[in-house]
Design a protein around this ligand. Structure first.
Ligand code: ATR
Length: 500
């Protein structure tokens, strides 16, 4: 099992203590980043381990290693010696660890560390390429040192190499991590990497800018990602997409695992290449994943079997690993219709004339469900031939965003559904139906949920329409995903308890 180490990047020791107290419940040890302290404060670092009350790592990170220390090497070594200097017979008052870079060859520091019971972390922050396993072994000068390798992954291939090396590294004490957005999964799955600890940072604070990209805060790591419960047998699920800067799915699945006492974790895997993601998935034995933009169509060519809905819609948003390969499902479609029917308080769409704006992947799922529920639809799209193609598949009518299309909309206006991406953050000024004037009688659904109300939806609400955004659909589809991941029925009471 790995430990959560809070990186203290505050400007003063008092501020760092505040951060530590804020996250103490979720923190096993702390790293005092002396390079982030105001120069005056650096004279008092020796007091910090006693103030902290948890084991503390003494670190003075140079600029070349991503830190803030701009003084000369002489003054850094002096500071490190002052930090290590033996002050009390009680070892708990000493730094528990000191981070010394691999190229820092100062025997007196190592000797001081040994004498005062401070364990050396031998670190490398600029590893470009080569054999990760061999590098880890080389880093340790003496047996009880902890080798630390931090990589900036250029692609998923680098992540795969890290997980592979970790699998082959045996039980050598090590700290292994990948930085940046791409590497966040290595911070969550530190136990899988056999990493002695995982660094967490302070967030939403002025002092946080000194921290590392890709870091989570200790509470997120511990509570949301169930860090302290991740072990050898933990089942791994996740979400892939690109750029995947924001996803609410981990906040949906992980609390469900906790509530249901399931030893599993759900992790984001931003991936620009599906092929690489699937290789990574094999390496870490990922059991299942949500698949999101832009991979929902491309994933189909990598499946060994797929549900009828995937075939029909031509998009897949859920994959499960089987001994012979990946099986694909589409839960967006049912998520959409569950959400719409609840909104309308209906069991089907029989006798309902509705408009679908858009003719892309999301529109295909929506059209297939409208057809299944016996609704009659008009499909309106910027690129008219795509609207025609989709409409023909189900015997629907079609149009463009022009006077003719808008006139048709007036006849198909009981329910209007926006499936286009127009109006989504950051382009929240866009309105796909701007030529259409709402009468106030329409029920209007927008699949977008950021912003909560698109311009299109605001206009509809202002005209007196009932409106619904896409967040409910997201939850409804995730219920089906959870069901598929777990292989058992979804418990709606749990969702109610979670306030989702
Ligand atoms: P998704 O899988 O989210 O549906 P997609 O398959 O790329 O994504 O489809 C995007 C849809 O939004 C398309 O219908 C697109 O119209 P075009 O087919 O003409 O490209 C529509 N769309 C995107 N931006 C739009 C805009 N600014 N105004 C109107 N429609 C837009």
């Amino acid at each position: 099992m790995s430990r959560i180490c809070l990186c203290l990047t505050g400007k003063t020791l008092a501020r760092n203590l505040e951060f530590l107290n804020k996250y103490r419940k979720h923190t096993d040890l702390a790293e005092l980043r002396v390079d982030c302290l105001d120069p005056d404060e650096r004279f008092s670092i020796r007091r910090f381990p006693e103030m902290a009350g948890v084991p503390v790592i003494l670190t003075i990170r140079r600029r070349i290693d991503g830190g803030r220390f701009s003084g000369g090497e002489g003054s850094r070594i002096t500071l490190l010696s002052q930090g290590l200097a033996f002050a009390e017979a009680d070892r708990r008052k000493n730094f528990a660890y000191v981070d010394l870079e691999e190229d820092l060859d100062v025997p007196s520091l190592e000797e001081a560390a040994r004498t005062f019971g401070t364990r050396v972390i031998r670190s490398c922050h600029n590893f470009e390429g080569g054999d990760i396993g061999a590098k880890l072994s080389d880093l340790r000068k003496v047996g009880d040192e902890i080798a630390k390798l931090a990589l900036v992954p250029r692609s998923i291939a680098d992540l795969i190499r890290v997980y592979q090396a970790a699998r082959e590294a045996g039980d050598m004490d090590r700290i292994l991590l990948c930085m940046g957005h791409l590497g966040t999964n290595t911070r969550i799955l530190a136990s899988l990497l056999g990493s002695y600890l995982s660094y967490a940072g302070i967030k939403d604070e002025e002092d946080a800018e000194c921290g590392s990209p890709g870091q989570l805060d200790p509470r997120e790591l511990d509570e949301l990602y169930r860090f302290h419960r991740i072990g050898e047998n933990t089942r791994i699920f996740g979400i892939t997409g690109y750029p995947l800067h924001v996803t609410s799915s981990p906040a949906f699945f992980n609390p469900l695992f906790t509530q249901n006492n399931i030893d599993a974790v759900y992790v984001p895997f931003p991936s620009d290449s599906l092929v690489s993601f699937l290789r990574l998935a094999e390496e870490i034995k990922l059991e299942g994943a949500s698949v999101t933009v832009p991979h929902k169509e491309e994933i189909i060519s990598h499946l060994i079997s797929k549900s009828r809905q995937v075939d029909h819609i031509g998009a897949c948003n859920t994959i499960l690993r089987t001994p012979s390969g990946w099986t694909g499902y589409n839960t967006d479609a049912r998520g959409f219709s569950d959400s719409l029917l609840r909104f309308l308080d209906r069991k089907n769409l029989s006798g309902q004339r509705l408009t679908i704006l858009g003719a892309g992947g999301a529109a295909r799922a929506v059209a297939s469900e409208v057809h299944r529920l016996r609704g009659q639809a008009l499909i309106v799209n910027r690129t008219v031939f795509k609207a025609r193609e989709l409409a023909r598949q189900y015997g629907f009518v079609w149009g463009g965003f022009d006077n003719q299309g808008i006139a048709l909309m007036e006849r198909y206006s009981r329910i209007i559904i926006n499936t286009t991406s127009a109006g989504m953050t950051p382009d929240s000024g866009d309105d796909p139906g701007e030529l259409y004037n709402f009468t106030g009688k329409e029920a209007v659904m927008d699949l977008i949920y950021t912003p909560e109300r698109t311009r299109f939806l605001s206009r509809a609400a202002k005209a007196g329409c009932r409106v619904l955004n896409g967040s409910d659909m997201l939850i409804q589809q995730a219920k089906y995903q959870y069901n598929l991941f777990m292989g058992h029925d979804f418990d709606s009471e749990i969702i109610a308890k979670l306030g989702l």
